[in-house]
Design a protein around this ligand. Structure first.
Ligand SMILES: Nc1ncnc2c1ncn2[C@@H]1O[C@H](COP(=O)(O)OP(=O)(O)OP(=O)(O)O)[C@@H](O)[C@H]1O
Length: 306
């Protein structure tokens, strides 16, 4: 199967280093989320992998070969970089047929890709009449047209309605389960946590993390217990006696840092404090991501000095 290999990749635009000595591998059979603040270098890296730009130094290869040397590249690699790329005066179906014809892709794939992306009912409408979400689906249909082993999508959820967001999640999982190599950039942390198995995180063109998603969160967010009681005084004093700090929230629930739900349950029961809610709070991808990238954001808003 085909992996994406990025090796000491550097790209400079004038004096600006958009990608800085980047090395990572994207492996088949899983969805890799590609994260980083605005301007971190995600799109540039994708363009370099697709041969749309030349690296200043280093290399980006697919199954060991540069994109430009791949025979029938659309049948190896499908990519969505810019959903506006389709010609507005063509119908969605014609757009895909032109792509198929120029890449030796059988015509039947056009209708299959339209079905797969839910665009079949709009296939004979001109692209200029498409909504942003429909253009996004057309871009994804184009990426899937060649039944490629490698799929790279830049912000695929852009403009999709809630049903579309669920659809893309299911699609990405299926593509990975079929053994394909799937790299997906996103700014939506909740979204990414719903489909990614693995993460590659950039900051100012450099690699900040290349790790399984669960480990990424576990390493950065302290686990806690979330609890709500109808007898705050009894529970507060029981927790304090056992050395637990409590963070109280306006809606009445408390967070107990570094606590296990079993321990809190036993303590509450012994203290006779009725429990209304008790769950493990394992931390979100968003918390972990913000913790990692806080120092790396190119456009961090700095508080104004008085
Ligand atoms: N063609 C170009 N000419 C000059 N500078 C560029 C060019 N393309 C990208 N850059 C710069 O390279 C840096 C990385 O940009 P890039 O678009 O790769 O980041 P990104 O992580 O995809 O950001 P976003 O999340 O905003 O899409 C930015 O500082 C950007 O201004």
């Amino acid at each position: 199967m085909t992996s994406i290999d990025v090796q000491n990749l550097t790209k400079e635009y004038g004096t600006r280093r958009a990608v800085d000595d980047l090395t990572f591998r994207v492996l088949p059979g899983r969805v890799t989320g590609f994260l980083g603040p605005n301007g971190a270098g995600k799109s540039t890296t994708m363009r370099l992998v697709l041969g749309l730009d030349r690296p200043t130094s280093g290399s980006a290869t697919l199954g060991g070969r540069p994109y430009a040397t791949l025979p029938d590249p659309l049948r190896r690699v499908g990519a969505l970089l810019d959903a506006q790329a389709a010609h507005g005066s063509r119908t969605g179906r014609d757009h895909l047929r032109v792509l198929a014809a120029s890449n030796r892709i059988p015509d039947r794939r056009v209708d299959e890709a339209l079905e797969e992306t839910g665009l079949a009912p709009a296939a004979r409408r001109r692209v200029r009449t498409y909504s942003l979400g429909m253009r996004q689906r057309l871009g994804i249909a184009a990426a899937l047209l060649g039944d490629p082993e490698v799929v790279m999508l830049d912000e695929p959820s852009n403009g999709l309605d809630p049903e579309g967001v669920v659809w893309i999640r299911t699609l990405l999982r299926r593509l990975a389960d079929e053994g394909r190599t799937v790299l997906v950039s996103s700014h939506l942390m909740h979204e990414t946590s719903s489909f990614a198995d693995h993460l590659v995180v950039l900051g100012r063109g450099r690699l900040l993390a290349d790790t399984p998603m669960r480990e990424f969160v576990r390493a950065r967010v302290r686990p806690a217990a979330r609890v709500r009681t109808s007898d705050p005084a009894a529970l507060r004093s029981a927790l304090a006696r056992h050395g637990h700090d409590v963070v109280e929230h306006p809606d009445g629930h408390w967070t107990v840092p570094d606590a296990r739900v079993d321990d809190i349950g036993r303590l509450a029961s012994a203290a006779g404090a009725p429990i209304l809610e008790l769950t493990a709070d394992e931390g979100t991808l968003e918390q972990a991501y913000l913790d990692l990238t806080a120092a790396e954001t190119e456009f961090t808003a700095h508080p104004q000095e008085a």
